[in-house]
Write a protein that binds this ligand. Structure first.
Ligand SMILES: Cc1ncc(COP(=O)(O)O)c(C=O)c1O
Length: 404
C-alpha cells in the first residue's frame, strides 16, 4: 500500500482564510438580507490599471501571429522583465542586484512555500509571531517543525520571535540560533516595519551565525516613511545571507493575474554550494515559467505611466488605511500599522479573544476582519483590518463599528 506524506496530517485545522470563508458563508446563508463588508483577506479590489490592460492586450495580439508568438518562457523569466526589475527595484535604490539573480515566478505565496525545498530537513526555522501562515505550514509539510502543541498553538522545533507592542512589532534576535530566518517587512499581519539599523542587525547576525534570511517584501510599495528599507539588499552584506521575495499582487493588483519573483544573489553560498544554482535547478525542473502575456504586463509596471498609475492605486488603498487608523483611534481602540502597510493591527476591546471579536463584528456590524490569533500565539487579542476594500465600503464599515 502506498503511503501519504503524513506531515500533512499534522497541520492543525484548515488554512486561516478557509475558516474565515466558511464562517462568513454560514452567516450570509443565515442572513441573506445583510450586506457583509470584507476587510479580512488581503485581496485587492481595484481593477487593473489601464497601462497594465494595454500591455495585456498587445501581448495577447502578439500571440496571434507566427512571428511574435511565444511558447515556453525562459527558466528564470524574460530578460526584458528581469532587467526592468533589477534596474527599478534594486539598482535605483543602490542595491547591487543583477538581472540574472532574479527568478520570475507566479507569485510570492508559491515562492515562499517552495523555497524551503532547497534546504535540509533538519534545518531549524525561526519565524516572527504573528506570522504569514505559509512560512510555517510549508515547513510542516516538509517535516521540519516537530510536534504541534494545540494549547499553545506552537511547533516544538520552530523558534518563535514574538512581535509585541513592547518591541514595536519588530522581533528581537533569537536566543537560540536558527538556520533559516523568515522576515517580512512591511509586515503582514501587523503592518509594522523595521528600521534600516535593525534590519542591518539581522543581516550581521545571519552572517555571524551562518543563517539564511528569507525576506518577504511583498508590501514594499506601501512604504511611505524614510529610514524604512525597501529591500534587504540596502543592508551591507545581505548579498551573502539573504534571499528576497517580491510580488506584483499588492503594488499592481496582480492577485488574480499572478506574478512575483525571488532574488537569489550569487554570493549566497552554503559551503561551496551556490543557492542560486540550486534554485535554478529547482525552477528548471518543477516550473515552466510565468506566461509571456503576464510578464509583459509586469514590464508595464516599470514604465513611467505604470509608476504613475500604480502610485495612485497604492495611494487609494493607503487613504483607506489612514481612514481606518484614524477612525479606530477615535473610537478608543489601540491601533498600529497602516502607515507603511495596507494593514491596521488593532487590539481587541475588553480583553476579548481574537475569534470572539471576529464573531462579534460579523454578527453585530456585518464586518469581516482577520483574527490575530490565526497568525500565531502572539496575535491573540489582536485583529487585522485590511485597507484593500473600496473607499465606500471602508467608510461604511467604520460607520457600523461606530454604531456598536
Ligand atoms: C507576506 C505575504 N507574502 C506573500 C503573499 C502572497 O503574494 P502572491 O499573491 O504574490 O502570491 C502575501 C499575500 O497576502 C503576503 O501577505
Amino acid at each position: 500500500m502506498y503511503k501519504i506524506n503524513d506531515n500533512y496530517l499534522k497541520l492543525p485545522g484548515s488554512y486561516l482564510f478557509s475558516t474565515i470563508g466558511r464562517k462568513v458563508s454560514k452567516f450570509t446563508e443565515a442572513n441573506p438580507d445583510k450586506k457583509v463588508i470584507r476587510m479580512g483577506i488581503g485581496d485587492v479590489t481595484q481593477p487593473l490599471a489601464p497601462v497594465i490592460i494595454d500591455a495585456l492586450h498587445s501581448a495577447v495580439d502578439e500571440m496571434a501571429h507566427q512571428e511574435t508568438f511565444k511558447g515556453y518562457a525562459p527558466d528564470l523569466g524574460y530578460e526584458f522583465l528581469r532587467s526592468a526589475i533589477a534596474e527599478n527595484d534594486f539598482k535605483a535604490r543602490g542595491c547591487d542586484i543583477s538581472a540574472d539573480e532574479i527568478f520570475v515566478s507566479d507569485g510570492a505565496k508559491c515562492d515562499s512555500g517552495n523555497i524551503q525545498e532547497i534546504f535540509a530537513a533538519d534545518n531549524k526555522i525561526a519565524v516572527t509571531d504573528p506570522v504569514y501562515p505559509v512560512y510555517v505550514d510549508s515547513n510542516v509539510m516538509a517535516g521540519r517543525t516537530g510536534t504541534y502543541d494545540a494549547a499553545a498553538g506552537t511547533w516544538s522545533d520552530v523558534i518563535y520571535m514574538p512581535c509585541t507592542a513592547e518591541n514595536g512589532f519588530s522581533p528581537e534576535l533569537p536566543s537560540e540560533r536558527p538556520d533559516i530566518i523568515y522576515l517580512c517587512f512591511p509586515n503582514n499581519p501587523t503592518g509594522a516595519t523595521i528600521t534600516k539599523e535593525r534590519l542591518q542587525n539581522w543581516v550581521d547576525y545571519a552572517r555571524r551565525e551562518g543563517c539564511i534570511i528569507l525576506y518577504d517584501a511583498a508590501y514594499e510599495a506601501y512604504i511611505s516613511e524614510e529610514d524604512v528599507p525597501h529591500s534587504i539588499y540596502e543592508c551591507e552584506g545581505a548579498r551573502e545571507c539573504a534571499l528576497e521575495l517580491r510580488s506584483f499582487s499588492k503594488n499592481a493588483g496582480f492577485t488574480g493575474v499572478r506574478l512575483g519573483y525571488t532574488v537569489v544573489p550569487k554570493d549566497v553560498k552554503c559551503g561551496e554550494t551556490s543557492l542560486h544554482a540550486l534554485w535554478a535547478r529547482r525552477h528548471g525542473t518543477k516550473y515552466n515559467g510565468a506566461p509571456y502575456i503576464i510578464q509583459k504586463a509586469g514590464e508595464a509596471v516599470y514604465t513611467a505611466e505604470g509608476k504613475k498609475q500604480l502610485g495612485e492605486q497604492v495611494a487609494y488603498y493607503m487613504r483607506n488605511a489612514h481612514t481606518i487608523h484614524a477612525a479606530l483611534t477615535d473610537l478608543g481602540y489601540t491601533v498600529s500599522g497602516g502607515i507603511n502597510a495596507p494593514y491596521v493591527w488593532m487590539k481587541t476591546p475588553d480583553g476579548m479573544s481574537s475569534w470572539d471579536f471576529f464573531d462579534f463584528l460579523l454578527e453585530k456590524a456585518n464586518v469581516v476582519g482577520t483574527p490575530g490569533s490565526g497568525f500565531g500565539p502572539s496575535g491573540e487579542g489582536y485583529f487585522r483590518m485590511s485597507a484593500f476594500g473600496t473607499y465606500e465600503n471602508t467608510l461604511e464599515a467604520l460607520e457600523r463599528m461606530k454604531a456598536l
